[in-house]
Write a protein that binds this ligand. Structure first.
Ligand code: PXP
Length: 251
């Protein structure tokens, strides 16, 4: 079965990165989110990091107030973030691993080795009605652990696939794509909703968008970069076109 509408979540973290480079209010991530909404994004993704290097708490307040489309609140599984998420009760919560020294989210979450702790951690979100997703590598043990703890959604980390594509390592790209393909199908079979994200571009999005069991893509860095050249709305519309072209014929 193909999931007919492939959703696009636009990650606006790097609008905040540019703002924070100078301090002050410009450019405003909430304004970017509203433009993304207007351009056809199905959701907005924002990662509130422990060090607040891009998105800050007032951005989350502003996004919750202003958006009509769902907010996907990305966060590490810490007590501080749990309290913030429970205060806002966003549509979606995506748990990611977080290292202070990393430039971006490098790997997937280790769910398989901390089943019990994560099951307890996500229970209040599920009770509060937020859709919980776990950002994981495309590995069977992680997918199975997500199903075991009752997380309804997984997001498969596309970073290795995207890097291989960017560096022209075609055999690696194909190997990574086939891991994502297999794990998307397996997760779907286990009843999980499947998302994919990290590092996707106009070039690399097609083969991922064509996977019939994938329901949502979350894309940020490339879109925000492309917005410098085309404007944010047109950059999103173009991404949508690439996704739709890849999806055509699957329905
Ligand atoms: N999905 C998750 C869980 C992420 O952490 C990120 C950002 O690191 C993205 C999607 C978007 O990745 P990118 O900015 O590389 O498109």
């Amino acid at each position: 079965m193909t999931i007919s509408h492939l959703r696009l979540g636009v990650n606006i973290d790097h609008v905040a990165t540019v703002r924070n480079a100078r301090g002050g209010n410009n450019p405003d991530p909430v304004r970017a989110a509203l433009i993304a909404q207007e351009a056809g994004a199905d959701g907005i993704t924002a990662h509130l990091r422990e060090d607040r290097r891009h998105i800050v708490d007032t951005d989350i307040d502003g996004l919750m107030d202003a958006l009509k489309i769902p907010l996907n609140f990305e966060m590490a599984a810490t007590p501080e973030m749990q309290a913030i998420a429970l205060r806002h009760k966003p549509h979606a919560i995506c748990l990611v691993p977080e290292k202070r020294e990393e430039v971006t989210t490098e790997g997937g979450l280790e769910v398989a080795k901390q089943d019990n702790a994560l099951a307890l951690y996500i229970a209040p979100f599920i009770a509060a009605g937020s859709r919980v997703s776990m950002f994981i590598g495309a590995e069977k043990a992680q997918v199975e652990a997500c199903a075991r703890i009752g997380a309804p959604v997984i997001e498969l980390h596309a970073g290795a696939y995207a890097d291989a594509w960017a560096e022209g390592r075609w055999a690696d790209r194909d190997a990574e794509l086939s891991k994502i393909t297999d794990m998307a199908a397996y997760a779907h079979e286990l009843g999980l909703e499947v998302h994919v994200g990290h590092g996707l571009t106009y070039d690399s999005v097609g083969p991922i968008a064509a996977l019939p069991h994938v329901a949502e893509l979350n894309i940020g860095h490339f879109i925000i970069g492309e917005a410098i050249f085309r404007g944010l709305g047109p950059a999103i519309v173009e991404m949508r076109k690439h996704m739709d072209a890849a999806r055509e014929g699957l329905a």
